[in-house]
Design a protein around this ligand. Sequence first.
Ligand code: PLP
Length: 402
Amino acid sequence: MLKPNPHYADLKDSYLFYNIAQKTKAYCDAHPGTRLLRLGIGDVSLPLCPVVVKALHEAADHQGKKETFHGYMPEPGAPFLREAVAAHYRSRGISLDTEEVFISSGASDELGDILDLFDRDSAALVIEPAYPAYVDANVMAGRRIVRLSSSEEDGFTPVPTADIDADLVYICSPNNPTGAVFSREKLKVWVDWANDRGAVILFDAAYEAFVTDPALPRSIFEIEGARTCAVEICSLSKTAGFTGTRLGYTVIPKALERGGMNLNAMWVRNRTTKTNGVSYVIQRAGAAVFTPEGQAQIRDNLRVYQANAKILTDTFDGLGIRYFGGKNAPYVWVKCPGDMESWAFFDLLLNEIQVVGTPGAGFGSSGEGYFRFSTFGSPEDTGEAAERMSRLIARILARPMT
Ligand code: PLP
């Protein structure tokens, strides 16, 4: 009889978002007509930019005419889009060969699929608090997980400790959920560590477009030595509102080899076997993002989210609450007021002021006592939520200590 993959039994229930949905539904059922202010979800609220929509329409028309119709696309990506991405990196001083860029249907797909390149006996290091998919994708593959906790002391950007025994390491910068961004110096420590050990860094750059401080890196390939130890996984989801349109890209340098095998060549083999390429129409839409017009239009949208972040960080500054992120990242990671636990703070915000956020404990045990606010909502909701939180938190902080 067929045996299913036994490792699925090792997965923990996806408690975080399920629990948030359950609690929120229970509140709404008990209080019909309530307007919830949702600062919890990681989805965007602004639509695609006009230049992207125009490209979608034009590409759809191409597909309707014999002369311009496209069938299967090259599995690693359309040359026009691979070149547009490589040019985008070049404009930031990073030189890439077009064949080092792979077009994907999004970062989530790649974060899971890329694990095909690595032995199941290799161990994966996850820096917590972390985006939950890193752990689950490796559990499904039966891989050993090593956890490294980050904290306020290291600014949620730790460097490797001498005792770490892992072969793959996930670095997410700007980070979901903490909003922390690794400095060039800290990334250099990781790059040297990975090259020394023969490890590979999976650099999740889904939020790179939110980095505005030129002193901070947006790509691991800004760091000397990264071409021999890193893969970068990127997405247009948050950069350009492609969460429902689906497009991303992955950079695998040709110089990246392990055990005598070339990871770029292995990924070509993988994609040509397991995919038939990303839709022509969507790749045309993606290419529009990298035009000067596209870059200007996505910047206008990013500014809306950045303004939301400022509303929240100004509020927490005013209240004297410690927080991370929000400056070069779309998430604000807040220390729960009055030393509350994160689910208790969730309940308080929901029941008292109908604001929904994400409890830090859901991102790993080192997230306990913290809370994540997303800046992807509407400015109106964010402003209203900030006002309500101001009043509520001021009240909590004014309570006499018991
Ligand atoms: N990586 C991180 C850190 C994320 O937060 C997300 C989405 O929220 C993703 C990857 C997935 O992005 P995509 O929509 O491209 O699958």
